[in-house]
Design a protein around this ligand. Structure first.
Ligand code: AMP
Ligand code: GLY
Length: 416
């Protein structure tokens, strides 16, 4: 029987812990630092995700058989390198391999070199030439800060005023930190998330999902970490999935091996289905959040065996439920801007689906809000429409005046 340590404290980690708890091989799950929901299935340990020495010491002292990493901050801090040096088994890429997410420039260079379809781009590190370039090009302008910005360093500007402001923020405002900007062509078409477990040249695809980045219904409002997701995605056919594997995921996996930075972990392709086929908007070096919360509940295979096979580069066939999963995020009013914490949440015991905790904590026996994204309510259905109705019924049973949510998750697949 195995002991596992999961790193992170969000809904993604809650879904990973939940999937691991279904494994017949797993007897004990630790989560650092975890949250109030995770605490029901794992022992939460108060160590921060970038405190990699303390995490390695903890894993060694408890005889942990495998560590699974959630957040990019831990990867960028070099957790996989640190664990490997200590002879500890870990599922997650090295710091160098994680640059496929942490450096947009590295990602673009890889795509150029290995002919992976993506938007054409230019890189700038000064405001004047960047603005000169953008103001002479068609809108929308896609402007990306090159550095870790937790998925929020991207502005799709519909006006030149917005574009100029974004460039000023990113290149002139010290608070953003010294960085570069990638300006790229706007890709038109529906977006989808293709997460694949990758081990060197081996690729183990996971079910496709779709995230909803904007804060409000109708894809209005600011970009967020993601306000809801669903899986499967009916308008992404098997032909598109195969094309994404052949032209995007596999060439990158092979390319990373050739470059001497073999990838182990989840290679997440944020893709857009254009009229010329799927193209890359971004890569992440980890499970997506909130996609993981709708994908892992559909995985019928033992996830511990899957991680184990990947770490050793062995073959593994995944099996998936054909049910639909749809999840809606409950976020603190004000998110992704400033918001208050500490509001009490009640009614979770009455819901039929799953409530993955994204940012909660417990205080004096009460469950309270502790983040921007607080909960994700995930429901199952024979169809996506059924799953969404069930999720909305569940949300109606949850009381917390400090939260808001979108009501149109899945609209591209449902209202047609
Ligand atoms: P990212 O953080 O790179 O996922 O970007 C945030 C969002 O901006 C994406 O989910 C897309 O909706 C949008 N986006 C980013 N790059 C492009 C692009 N080249 N064309 C169209 N939309 C984009
Ligand atoms: N859902 C997008 C992300 O995880 O970055």
């Amino acid at each position: 029987m195995k002991k596992v340590l999961v790193i992170g404290s969000g809904g993604r980690e809650h879904a990973i812990v939940d999937a691991l708890s279904r494994s017949p091989q797993v007897e004990k799950i630790y989560c650092a630092p975890g949250n109030a929901g995770i605490a029901e299935k794992a022992e939460c340990v108060a160590i921060g995700v970038t405190d990699i020495d303390a995490l390695a010491d903890f894993a060694a002292s408890k005889g942990v058989d495998m560590t699974v990493v959630g957040p990019e901050a831990a990867l960028a801090a070099g957790i996989a390198d640190r664990f490997a040096a200590a002879g500890l088994r870990i599922f997650g890429p090295t710091k160098n391999a994680a640059r496929i997410e942490s450096s947009k420039e590295f990602a673009k260079e890889m795509m150029d070199k290995y002919n992976v379809p993506t938007a054409a781009y230019r890189v700038f590190d000064e405001f004047e030439p960047a603005w000169e370039y953008v103001k002479n090009r068609p809108l929308p302008a896609v402007i990306k800060y090159d550095g870790l910005a937790a998925g929020k360093g991207v502005v799709v500007a519909l006006t030149y005023e917005e574009a100029e402001e974004a460039l000023r923020d990113m290149l002139l405002d010290e608070s953003f930190g010294k960085g570069r900007v990638v300006v790229e062509d706007f890709l038109d078409g529906p977006e989808f998330s293709f997460m694949c477990i990758v081990s060197g040249e081996k690729v183990y695809p996971l079910a496709i999902a779709q995230d909803h980045k904007r804060a409000f219904d109708g894809d209005k409002g600011p970009n967020t970490g993601g306000m809801g997701a669903y899986s499967p995605v009916p308008f992404i056919g098997e032909d598109v999935r195969q094309e994404a594997l052949d032209k995007i995921i596999c060439p990158v996996a092979k390319g990373m091996v050739k470059e001497g930075v073999p990838f182990l972990g989840v290679l997440y392709g944020g893709l857009i289905l254009t009229k010329d086929g799927p193209k890359v908007i971004e890569f992440n070096a980890r499970f997506g959040d909130p996609e993981t919360e709708v994908v892992l509940p559909r995985l019928k295979s033992d996830i511990y065996s899957l991680f184990d096979a990947a770490i050793d580069g062995k073959d593994f066939e995944t099996e998936w439920s054909d049910k639909s999963m749809l999840g809606i995020v409950l976020a603190s009013k004000g998110y992704p801007g400033s918001y208050e914490k500490g509001a009490e949440i009640t009614g979770l015991d009455k819901i039929n689906g799953i409530a993955y905790h994204m940012g909660t904590t417990e205080k004096e026996g009460k469950l309270i809000t502790a983040g921007g994204r607080v909960l994700m309510v995930v429901a199952e259905g024979e169809t996506l429409a059924e799953a969404r109705d069930a999720a909305i019924r569940d949300i109606a049973k949850i009381s917390c005046p400090a939260l808001f949510h979108r009501s149109d998750i899945g609209y591209q697949a449902i209202n047609k």
